[in-house]
Write a protein that binds this ligand. Structure first.
Ligand code: A3P
Length: 342
């Protein structure tokens, strides 16, 4: 169903010049800086202004499944499993077709100035779209036949208010320590971000809520407030790592896919960390000539561990992180208690 937000466009706010300058120095590709967007003041690149109202008015279909979460929370993993579950366990297509082509990442934002950055095949199907713009992903999502599985990193407040009345949404959450470490590696890997500092410098920005698509707690709390809605399924990355079959059974129930235990085990096997890391359709290795990826950095499907942040933070970094957990999580609405306990 279409949303009418014509009278209420998504607001954007400039960052303080000093912060803008700091971000431009630390991120090689944020030469135009970042913007604060919407009431939650999420940090997004300036070209998002072209698309914000389109996201807020996106026409979801009743049989759409949206996989949502803060970046590095396990959304790609979930997307792959959900795509297979809703596409008759078509593992052959899943293996041979890039995930981003089968299942659009609606709010792709960081491939903006890098033609060829993401699965070129998408653009071949939309020759009238400028391959260097986010618009190609929106066009792809709009034209894809049902049933669509759509990945979204935007928070609820930047999407149509009635999204949960329109379709099913799966929200994937992950411990912020692991998200921070994983995000650090991604922000170094993507040339369209090109973070130049070390983990300690990234943590400093993280704890000041100065990372792309942050703040983390606001994103989480917006979704947590909706967790009892029948069209929202809340998943934890840690639970998927611990007992994937159990989480797949929850997914099967939520999606009404009616799969047997044996079929769910096939989904688990197909989507195992090792398989997704090795397979070009999910590991981003199909990016042509790799203009978009920085050589020598950790891969997109990287380590897949839980709790590893404690091994990566020094005691000083842990103290800073803990202070952010305490203050940051209190400054927003309710958040999952398991992530605020020491
Ligand atoms: P790490 O960097 O900690 O390894 P997202 O897709 O939301 O951006 O999340 C990316 C994180 O999920 C990365 O975490 C990535 O390695 C991990 N991941 C991807 N596929 C996975 C799988 N099949 N099993 C476990 N973790 C996976």
């Amino acid at each position: 169903m279409a949303e009418n937000r014509d009278s209420c466009p998504v607001m954007t706010f400039p960052l303080a010049p000093k912060i803008q300058q700091e971000l431009q120095t630390k991120f090689g590709s944020f030469d135009k800086g970042l913007l604060e967007v919407g009431p939650g003041r999420y940090l997004l690149p300036p070209h998002c202004r072209l698309y914000l109202d389109k996201y807020a008015q996106f026409r979801f279909r009743p049989d759409d499944v949206v996989v949502m979460g803060f970046p590095r929370s396990g959304t790609t993993w979930t997307q792959e499993m959900v795509w297979c579950m809703t596409h008759d366990l078509d593992f052959t297509t899943a293996i041979n077709t890039p995930l981003r082509e089968r299942s659009p990442f609606l709010d792709t934002l960081t491939g903006f100035s890098l033609p060829g950055f993401l699965a070129v095949n998408i653009f071949k199907q939309h020759p009238d779209e400028d391959s260097s713009t986010t618009g190609a992903f929106l066009a792809r999502a709009e034209s894809l036949p049902s049933p669509r599985v759509i990945k979204i990193h935007l928070p609820f407040s930047l999407l149509p208010p009635s999204i949960l009345e329109s379709c099913k949404v799966i929200y994937v959450a992950r411990h912020p320590g692991d998200v921070c470490v994983s995000y650090y590696h991604l922000q170094r890997l993507l040339k369209s971000v090109n973070f130049k500092g070390d983990l300690e410098e990234f943590l400093d920005l993280w704890c000041r809520d100065l990372v792309l698509r942050g703040p983390y707690w606001s994103h989480l709390s917006e979704a947590w407030a909706k967790r009892t809605h029948p069209n929202l399924l809340w998943l934890y990355y840690e639970d998927m790592k611990k007992d994937l079959l159990r989480e797949l059974q929850c997914l099967d129930h939520f999606l009404a896919t009616g799969l047997t235990e044996d079929e769910l085990l096939q989904v688990a096997q197909h989507s195992s960390f090792a398989n997704m890391k090795a397979r070009p359709a999910t590991n981003l290795s199909l990016i042509p000539e790799s203009p978009g990826l920085m050589p020598g950095e950790a891969e997109f499907v990287r380590k897949g561990a839980t709790g590893d942040w404690v091994n990566r933070f020094t005691s000083q970094m842990k103290a800073k992180f803990q202070a952010w957990v305490e203050t940051g999580s209190k400054g927003v609405g309710e958040v999952p208690p398991r992530y605020t306990q020491g």
